[in-house]
Design a protein around this ligand. Structure first.
Ligand SMILES: [Zn+2]
Length: 236
């Protein structure tokens, strides 16, 4: 009966659990990944403000591209905890942290009235070169956590980063879906799945919003009815 807790304490001697945000040892009775102090100290946005169509996230795109709704979990500022956390989710060892944060985020987003209208979550695709080096897309990991808590499907096939090869640049049908900045393209064989859909476009950090802007344009031009934006952290 007492075997399991004892085994847990015993293992903790050799494999202490470290909070990814402050790197202090996490107490055994804390069943969470991030320690309670960090949960309190992390610069979290008040979720309620994101039920207004005009907020700190949607304002980033104001006058550039139509974004229906926007939401963010953390402020990306000088706070050492958030800096460390956002850095860690980009590394192989941090994949689970990304998913974990995605679950926390998804629980919040789920409370927003407009979240019910979302048809699919699309994480911002990583450039294939970066993907080869890193081995995974951190936005995709966050999307997994979001999907579990929002009960919405993820689609990682519709939107792609444009890869320029000579054969591709000659194909006008692929170019049709390229936006002005030529960063993203919608796969022609997947375009039907996008028609009339409300997409939740997700990234780990938004700073200027330029990358996302280009992806949003590609999605809308290819037939998405609406695009809303979610970011784990936002630099104001
Ligand atoms: Zn901590």
């Amino acid at each position: 009966m007492h075997f399991k807790p004892i085994l847990k304490d015993f293992l903790a001697l050799f494999f202490p659990r470290i909070c990814p945000a402050c790197e202090s040892e996490v107490l055994n009775d804390e069943s969470i990944t991030i320690c309670l102090t960090c949960m309190m100290e992390l610069p979290t946005f008040d979720i309620d403000q994101f039920d207004n169509a005009s907020n700190v996230v949607t304002n980033k795109f104001h006058g550039k591209v139509k974004v229906s709704n926007g939401t963010a979990l953390y402020r990306y500022n000088k706070n050492a905890r958030i800096q460390r956390l956002m850095h860690k989710i980009k590394y192989k060892e941090g994949q689970n942290i990304g998913m974990y944060l995605g679950r926390i985020f998804g629980n919040s987003v789920h409370q927003l009235s407009w979240s019910q209208d979302i048809d699919m979550i699309i994480p911002v695709p990583l450039h294939p070169k970066k993907l080869r080096i890193r081995g995974f897309n951190q936005a995709e990991k966050i999307a997994v956590g979001l999907s579990e808590t929002m009960y919405k499907p993820i689609n990682i096939e519709i939107l792609q980063r444009s890869i320029f090869t000579e054969t591709q640049t000659r194909k006008s049908r692929i170019q049709r879906w390229k936006n002005v900045q030529d960063v993203f393209e919608v796969r022609e064989d997947k375009i039907l799945e996008l028609q009339g859909k409300h997409v939740l476009f997700l990234d780990d950090i938004i700073t200027t919003g330029a990358t996302m802007e280009s992806g949003i344009k590609a999605l809308l031009e290819a037939g998405a009815s609406e695009v809303s934006v979610a970011t784990l952290a936002l630099a104001e």
